[in-house]
Design a protein around this ligand. Structure first.
Ligand code: NZQ
Ligand code: ZN
Length: 390
């Protein structure tokens, strides 16, 4: 186990009717806020009116910034930054999923500088201050509600880049599982798969041989994400299933799982971000295609780890009688089958991405490999992984 610092400053209000605290939680930071949300789900579900009511109760002035799209765009963030500067707003309230929360974080950082916000994403500028961000989570997936990361797409350069900074943690996040009852089946599955991938990225790339505590936390989160994804698809308003999936997804990327693992990577995300940037694939759908391919590529040097994973998450099939190689191979096949059973794509062809595009996709991923310093991934390695996803 490696040395680590674990410091997560985000206050979480979890459970039924926690939304009613939004006004007081926000008033603690500012009485003039930008409200960031998606295209129409919060209006359709009636959540918008409940949010406005809670903020109005604390006499908080609200400027709307609607229209965040899945795979959020830096152009839309720039418009939000302009509104904050023009109206001299003091905090950002984000109501939605990871795309909305990430946009809110980028606005919170961009509103306090004169330069373009994209300079943060290409390492040309560092964040020195941010406006407070308060979030209301409506989709269990990205974990942005309790972490220091954010991901944006620059549609002009066709890059989808992400990075973390300690000033990007939301001040307070409200996690009311009932707000996720209306998430459609596809995004319920994509969200669970995103959370599963957050765990697998660290579980599979740590080089430390002795990470018992983290291993069991990660394996428990994986089992929870899989079990509760199935329950939510079965019964979308199953409070217990939605609550377990929501909390598991938040814990999957809030720093807890990575503590003590030493250097880890995010290679599956590095490649998936190119699918989202180039073809606007939903993040979780891109991951269900990339994960089995990356695991197959990694098998020769990670077979013990993959076999261990299988013994934990598929115990009836991946028994101790199986050799490590057989166990690892079957684990990848079972995981691919599980993704397919949640109706998430498992091949580039299902995403209508021609295999002739593989060199171009690899070139796009290489740019993020450089920003993320994942030197072990060159054009050839990424093309090999993508060919295993076809
Ligand atoms: O736009 P609206 O109408 O609101 O509809 C949204 C959107 O179409 C809908 N939705 C959200 N909550 C709903 C709902 N529909 C009905 N009922 C509800 N309660 O779901 C769709 C997808 O929303 P989105 O926010 O895009 O999904 P998700 O939460 O999966 O976020 C994905 C984004 O998170 C980034 C991804 O790159 C992607 O851009 N990530 C952020 C990370 C971070 N900050 O740490 C890490 C992750 O790996 C991930 O990369
Ligand atoms: Zn993700």
């Amino acid at each position: 186990m490696q040395n680590f610092v674990f410091h997560n400053p985000t206050k979480i209000l979890f459970g039924k009717n926690t939304l009613s605290s939004l006004g007081t939680e926000t008033a603690a930071f500012s009485k003039r806020v930008l409200l960031v949300y998606g295209r129409n789900s919060i209006k359709k579900t009636g959540l918008y009116d409940r949010v406005i009511e809670s903020l109005a109760h604390e006499k908080i002035e609200v400027v709307d910034h609607a229209g965040v799209s899945p795979n959020p765009l830096v152009s839309h963030v720039r418009e939000g930054i302009a509104k904050v500067k023009e109206c001299d707003l003091g905090a950002i309230v984000a109501v939605g999923g990871g795309s909305v929360i990430d946009s809110a974080k980028a606005i919170a950082a961009g509103a306090l500088v004169a330069h373009d916000v994209w300079k943060f994403f290409i390492g040309k500028k560092t964040i020195k201050a941010t406006l407070p961000v308060i979030t209301v989570l409506t989709l269990a997936a990205a974990g942005s509600e309790m972490n220091s990361g954010m991901v944006l797409t620059n549609e002009k350069t066709v890059e989808k880049f992400g990075f973390g900074h300690r000033l990007l943690y939301p001040k307070t996040s409200i996690l009311d599982p009932e707000l996720t009852f209306t998430v459609p089946p596809d995004y319920t599955a994509y969200g669970a798969i995103d959370a599963i991938s957050h765990v697998l990225e660290f579980y599979m790339t740590t080089q430390d041989p002795d990470t018992q505590v983290q291993d069991r936390i990660m394996e428990g989160l994986l089992i929870n994400c899989m079990e509760n994804c199935e329950r939510c698809l079965d019964k979308p308003d199953d409070y217990s299933a939605r609550a377990n999936l929501m909390w598991a997804a938040t814990l999957a990327l809030n720093g807890l799982t990575a503590a003590g693992l030493g250097r880890v990577g995010f290679p599956m995300h590095m490649i998936e971000h190119s699918l989202s940037a180039l073809y606007n694939v939903p993040h979780g759908a891109g991951l269900s295609v990339i994960i089995p391919g990356w695991l197959t590529w990694a098998l020769p040097h990670r077979k013990k780890r993959i076999a261990r994973l299988g013994r934990q998450i598929f115990p009836e099939t991946i028994t101790n009688e199986l050799s490590t190689t057989a166990a690892a191979g079957q684990t990848i096949a079972l995981l691919r089958d599980w993704f397919a059973a949640q109706h998430s794509p498992v091949s580039l062809s299902e995403l209508d991405i021609p295999i002739t595009d593989i060199p171009h996709i690899a070139q796009n991923s290489l740019q993020l490999a450089r920003v993320w310093r994942l030197k072990e991934y060159g054009q050839h390695e990424i093309e090999t992984i993508l060919t295993l996803c076809k």
